[in-house]
Design a protein around this ligand. Structure first.
Ligand SMILES: [Mg+2]
Length: 362
């Protein structure tokens, strides 16, 4: 007998950062997490997204009634119904983050109802998932950047990423100095990635990469805006580093357009449609002979990252690592650069409601 979803709830929490953070094109001093809880068969599944508290309204006003009474086992069908329901409201952006959080909650719920780990429900290709350290915000002084990079290297993480493209590419000299500092801190054997968040122009990106050729940068993320699809192709063809993009993909069409112009496709489970969407994103990448790397929300990606053969790694994003460690039980740390797969039901994460209450905004 199949179970039906009995209730869907959403809430939002805004957590201040320890210090102001910025990348190439935006600055922030807090991060908002939208939590979705779905109940069936005496179990509660949880999903989440990072974005805006407005996601709570989308879940409550457009999705909750649709999902209630749906078959717990029929998540892809429910996902499709949710996407269709947001057509006129606007699916890309906040709509897609809401669908993604509900989808993740429903897959977690299905696995809990069947009393199996989510990665076992999906089927696995590996039993450990490689990560890369990610942070290196442009607001950090040299001391803070050095400490963060040393922390990852000392923990055995063999690849790290810093932000460049400061202030929309208007401080390239500092980008260059920070990139060289990062290389000197991590030594020769750790991979160095940079992420411009679309802050450079096309030729500026190529000039930056050539200037730091001594720093052996092997990953150049969003050297130009992901809206400049041809620009990504131009930079990809001009540099030896792998060019990566895909974090703002809210659906498969976005990923299909980016796949031909990147070396590695990125996808964010909290934006591209949850578990259902991310597995398909990996298939889009595979069709282009590409690997996929996940964006942000590391613990939300663990099960899907284990389930696809063409995984490169997942992003151990410092801002979200801190939040997930604070507000979830079961958020484990990597060992020698790899995350173990939890053998608990669902994705293995439990919300610490009492600890989170002080951050609640919706
Ligand atoms: Mg990025």
């Amino acid at each position: 007998m199949t179970e039906q979803v009995r209730a869907v709830r959403a809430s939002a929490y805004t957590i201040p950062t320890e210090v102001p953070e910025a990348d190439g094109t935006i600055a922030w001093d807090s991060t908002t997490l939208v939590l979705v809880e779905a109940e069936a068969g005496g179990c509660t599944g949880i999903g989440w997204s990072y974005g805006a508290a407005a996601g709570v309204d989308v879940v409550q006003s457009k999705l909750a009634d649709l999902v209630r009474d749906s078959d717990v086992d029929a998540v892809p069908g429910t996902n499709e119904a949710m996407r269709r329901a947001l057509r006129n409201m606007g699916l890309p952006g906040i709509g897609a983050t809401a669908v993604s959080a509900v989808d993740l909650a429903l897959w977690d719920l299905k696995a809990r109802v069947h009393d199996v780990p989510l990665h076992r429900l999906l089927g696995t290709c590996r039993d450990r998932v490689p990560v890369y350290g990610s942070g290196g915000f442009t607001t950090f002084d040299d001391e803070r950047l050095t400490a963060q990079l040393r922390g990852w290297v000392d923990a055995g993480i063999p690849r790290v990423k810093i932000k460049v493209g400061e202030s929309w590419g208007t401080n390239v000299a500092r980008d260059v100095a920070r990139t060289r500092l990062a290389r000197s801190v991590i030594g020769a054997d750790v991979e160095l990635f940079v992420d411009a968040n679309g802050g450079y122009t096309r030729k500026q990106a190529v000039r930056f990469w050539r200037t730091v050729s001594d720093a052996d940068v092997t990953w150049f993320e969003e050297p130009v805006s992901s809206e400049d699809v041809e620009g990504l192709r131009v930079v990809r063809d001009a540099v030896d580093a792998d060019v990566a993009a895909g974090e703002y993909a809210y659906g498969l069409g976005d990923l299909h357009r980016l796949a031909p112009v990147v070396d590695v496709l990125q996808a964010d489970i909290t934006r591209c449609g949850g578990v259902t969407g991310w597995l398909r994103a990996a298939a889009v990448a595979a069709g282009g002979q590409l690997q996929i790397s996940s964006h942000c929300a590391p613990h939300a990606h663990l099960a899907v990252a284990a389930a696809v053969p063409n995984l490169r790694h997942i992003e151990w994003f410092s801002d979200h690592v801190r939040i997930e460690s604070m507000l979830f039980d079961g958020a484990e740390d990597p060992v020698d650069g790899e995350l173990p797969l939890p053998e608990r039901p669902g994705h293995g994460m439990t919300w610490k409601a009492a600890d989170a209450e002080k951050y609640r905004v919706a």
